[in-house]
Design a protein around this ligand. Structure first.
Ligand code: RM4
Ligand code: MN
Ligand code: MN
Length: 424
């Protein structure tokens, strides 16, 4: 289903005056409103192909109805989101959940929807029905060389799919680890994993990057073989300059200072990609910004600080993706909320007077430094985000257009109510 540009313009007419009043108010107080708008207009966040259906827990899954039945419909759903918010112009595929049967058709469908292909994701954390050897005891870390070989070959296949689609990066998230003390030898597990990753790395085409994602626990609960940013960084450093660490916000132990991790990884030129979500306890995969918006802002503050220090392009030099799961909300509404939260945190962080902050840090003025950050965080930047979207021909209020157009009802009519999209 699509919502036309004309329809969006019609909806915008009702809200335009009020928006202009709010935008006038905030922009008149800013020296660099146009610069900020330019950056907001360029910024895009990829949507994962596995987040368009209802998610579940090990206790159950409640279908929303109208879930996409295939990759084509997933692309259409993301195209719809992008038409509304103009900030989700990329899709990230998970193989084998979303194997493109005909790459050139898929490519042109994505182009029609103004989408590009972001990082490709491999999957060696589940066994597939036709799979020869099991990943029950790990994949790249496995004691059996044949299992490792199978995992390597799968990753190389994923790269091939990505090449056909015009992607230029591979994200490797491994669930490898152990559930009980004594189950494995940490050093051997690390070395096997490194050797396996090296073979995949060697197959990277020119211009490609490899992201090594870490996770503190789950599905393994005693040790994870890529368990934190230190381990990921070790792999990335040993692999070479096309390998980077990927930070997923939900993959840390409680209270970890993620903004500090981001800052140091950028310093080391080793931050490659980012998975956004929010959490209260673990890898909860909740809507971005729904639980700890201040932390999200602080992370963006470090991202900008670190990227600017190295002259990086905010929009294109890191891979930005949402990695959330939608257990009770309509996934498309949830994704609209997540993208909005990201844009708000980004806009707030763009407000920070970095020169002033650095001067205050140099004289140890703790109070005034905190004021700088908190006053940016407490600024209502939504009119800036809306203005950027409007200039990009998106909707002033994407969520209300989505609801007024009864998108979910239409999708249920088209696709049925019992569909289960591929994914987790
Ligand atoms: C993992 C991790 C990966 C994602 C899978 C589905 O927890 O976040 O990025 O691909 O879930
Ligand atoms: Mn992730
Ligand atoms: Mn996760």
């Amino acid at each position: 289903m699509q919502v036309s540009k004309e329809k969006i313009r019609e909806y915008n007419q009702y809200l335009l005056k009020e928006h202009q009043r709010k935008f006038q108010f905030i922009s008149s107080g800013l020296k660099n409103a146009e610069d900020i708008l330019k950056k907001l207009i360029e910024f895009q966040v990829a949507i994962p192909s596995w987040a368009l259906g209802s998610g579940g827990t090990r206790f159950g899954r409640f279908s929303i109805g109208g879930e996409p039945r295939n990759l084509e419909e997933k692309i259409e759903d993301i195209g719809l989101l992008h038409a509304l918010n103009r900030a989700s112009g990329a899709i990230s595929l998970h193989i084998p959940w979303d194997i493109p049967s005909n790459a050139s058709d898929i490519k042109s469908l994505a182009a029609q929807n103004n989408l590009r292909f972001d990082a490709m994701n491999s999957n060696t954390f589940q066994d597939q029905p036709d799979q020869r050897l099991s990943y029950k005891y790990g994949s790249m870390q496995h004691v059996d060389k044949e299992v490792r070989k199978q995992a390597i070959e799968h990753n190389i296949d994923v790269i091939k799919y990505g090449m056909e689609l015009g992607s230029s990066s591979l994200t490797v998230w491994l669930s490898d680890g152990s559930n009980f003390p004594g189950q494995l030898n940490f050093r051997k597990a690390f070395q096997n994993t490194l050797e396996s990753l090296k073979e995949v790395y060697a197959a990277l085409p020119e211009g490609w990057k490899m992201f090594v994602e870490y996770k503190a626990f789950e599905p393994n609960f005693y040790s994870m073989t890529v368990g934190d940013w230190g381990q990921s960084l070790l792999y990335a450093n040993k692999l070479g300059n096309k390998a980077f660490t990927l930070v997923d916000l939900g993959h840390h132990l409680p209270n970890t200072n993620i903004e500090q991790i981001v800052s140091l990884l950028l310093m080391e030129k080793k931050l490659g990609g980012f998975h956004f979500n929010d959490s209260k306890y673990g890898d909860d995969d909740l809507t971005v910004g729904s639980i700890r918006p201040y932390q999200l802002f602080l992370i963006f503050n470090e991202l900008i600080e670190g990227m600017d220090a190295r002259g990086m392009n905010h929009a294109s030099d890191l891979a930005w993706m949402i990695d959330a799961s939608h257990n009770v909300k309509d996934p498309l509404e949830d994704l609209l909320q997540s993208v909005e939260a990201i844009m708000i945190a980004y806009a707030q962080a763009l407000l920070v007077d970095r020169k002033k902050l650095s001067e205050l840090q140099n004289v140890n003025d703790v109070v005034a430094a905190q004021e700088i950050l908190q006053s940016a965080f407490r600024t209502d930047v939504r009119p800036l985000v809306v203005e950027a979207r409007l200039r990009n021909k998106g909707a002033i209020d994407p969520l209300s257009v989505y609801r007024n157009e009864k998108v979910r009802e239409q999708l249920i009519k088209e696709r049925g109510s019992k569909i289960v999209a591929t994914g987790l």
